[in-house]
Design a protein around this ligand. Structure first.
Ligand SMILES: *[C@@H]1O[C@H](CO)[C@@H](O)[C@H](O)[C@H]1NC(C)=O
Ligand SMILES: *[C@@H]1O[C@H](CO)[C@@H](O)[C@H](O)[C@H]1NC(C)=O
Ligand SMILES: *[C@@H]1O[C@H](CO)[C@@H](O)[C@H](O)[C@H]1NC(C)=O
Length: 366
């Protein structure tokens, strides 16, 4: 008898405790923490068994000899991240559509998410289709679509008589983003690109991007420029995007994220190895929580624009944790092979899996 009386109380206490735990997780900053080596539960999927990792991210297949970069897990200071549970993710998004919009760093994260989901539910049927710039990965048993819209500037590039015009205040592509349940935007890497003196990594990224990344003129309102301050252009374009979000997003239907600035590692001075000219040979992250080189200036511009947006947008503030991962890039084990040096994208499995794990944790706490 006493047992039956006590039992409901035990249940109430458990619920109370788990609620408290959730609250604590929610209050925690997922983006402040450090990397821990040799986590036996990593990588979250075996890169050799995810059948659709594109060659440029498939470092193991391209001959990368070291493996320890696969086994680092991210530990926020204030809490534990819930493990990525692909089955639960698919249940939560049943019948829904997720879309990444942006450059090849978006493609990197999109591939990671499709690998995480299919590895978690290996029996789930899927199809992959591509129509122009939009790829759609469908988990048919769940009716979940994970899409990618390749769009490097978010604002428009329009072919006119004078050439290709980058229009900082026009965002026609927004029509593809309506009615999506979760949107994850990103743009930055192409704003920094300069003519013939462009750094190697932009020549490198050019191999993998669509044609929309080239322009001859920049237009703002009725003014046309041959070039302008790139940071100012980036800010204007983001402001146009913010205006699109404010006038088109229904927060009751759609969760909006911004992927944040994904950092590159071409200058060893930034991590106290001034003799290093690339990420080649890096086999370990920085094990502390701060990056000697500081943050890329684009982060402040992005945060400035996000602070003025009226609709809820969550910044996936992945810059700091990714800055620490100088070991996470393909270097010569990417698309260009030994002739390329890719310290901008990330090997899969790898760092974008952590971005997605954090995305999942934010969804859990939403
Ligand atoms: C450019 O736009 C401004 C403000 O919209 C307008 O006052 C101005 O007359 C326009 N200039 C030209 C050359 O069309
Ligand atoms: C690397 O960064 C340092 C410090 O910002 C700078 O002085 C140096 O010119 C950079 N090296 C290259 C090759 O860009
Ligand atoms: C991110 O890194 C910068 C530069 O190392 C540091 O000043 C800042 O406090 C860090 N922010 C977070 C949230 O860790």
């Amino acid at each position: 008898m006493a047992f039956w009386v006590a039992h409901p109380i035990v249940i109430v206490m458990l619920v109370f405790l788990s609620n408290k735990q959730n609250l604590r997780v929610f209050a925690c900053d997922f983006f402040q923490g450090n990397w821990v080596a040799q986590d036996p539960s990593y990588p979250l999927y075996d890169p050799t068994t995810c059948p659709f990792i594109e060659r440029e991210f498939n470092c193991q297949k391209n001959g990368r000899p070291d493996l320890s970069y696969l086994r680092y897990s991210w530990h926020p200071h204030g809490c534990n991240l819930a493990r990525f549970d692909g089955g639960d993710f698919l249940e939560r998004f049943k019948g829904k559509t997720i879309m990444f919009v942006g450059d090849s760093l978006s493609r990197n994260q999109w591939q990671s998410l499709t690998c995480l989901l299919s590895a978690a539910v290996p029996s789930a049927k899927y199809t992959v289709e591509r129509l122009d710039d939009v790829s759609t990965f469908t988990f048919s048993d769940f009716g979940v679509k994970v899409m990618l819209d390749r769009n490097v500037f978010l604002v428009d590039v329009v072919m006119e008589k004078i050439g290709r015009v980058l229009k900082l205040d026009s965002i026609q592509s927004g029509k593809h983003w309506k009615g999506i349940d979760m949107l994850i935007f990103n743009t930055w890497h192409w704003w920094n690109r300069r003519g013939p003196s462009q750094p190697l990594f932009f020549q490198y990224i050019a191999i993998s991007e669509s044609l929309h990344c080239r322009w001859d003129y920049i237009q703002v309102g009725n003014q046309t420029y041959k070039d302008m301050d790139r940071m100012a252009a980036f800010q204007k374009a983001l402001t146009t995007w913010a205006g699109w979000v404010d006038s088109n997003i229904d927060p009751a239907r759609t969760m909006v994220f911004f992927q944040g600035i994904s950092p590159s590692h071409y200058n060893g001075t930034d991590w106290n190895e001034p003799q290093k000219k690339s990420c080649l040979g890096q086999q370990q992250p920085l094990l502390g929580s701060t990056y000697p080189g500081g943050l890329p200036p684009a982060v402040a511009v992005l945060k400035g624009v996000l602070s003025k947006i009226k609709k809820p947008v969550t910044l996936l503030d992945i810059t700091n944790l990714s800055l620490l991962r100088k070991d996470g890039h393909p270097s010569i084990y990417g698309l260009g092979g030994r002739t390329g040096m890719d310290c901008s994208h990330w090997c899969l499995s790898g760092v974008p899996d952590t971005w997605n794990q954090i995305l999942y944790n934010i969804v859990l706490n939403h």
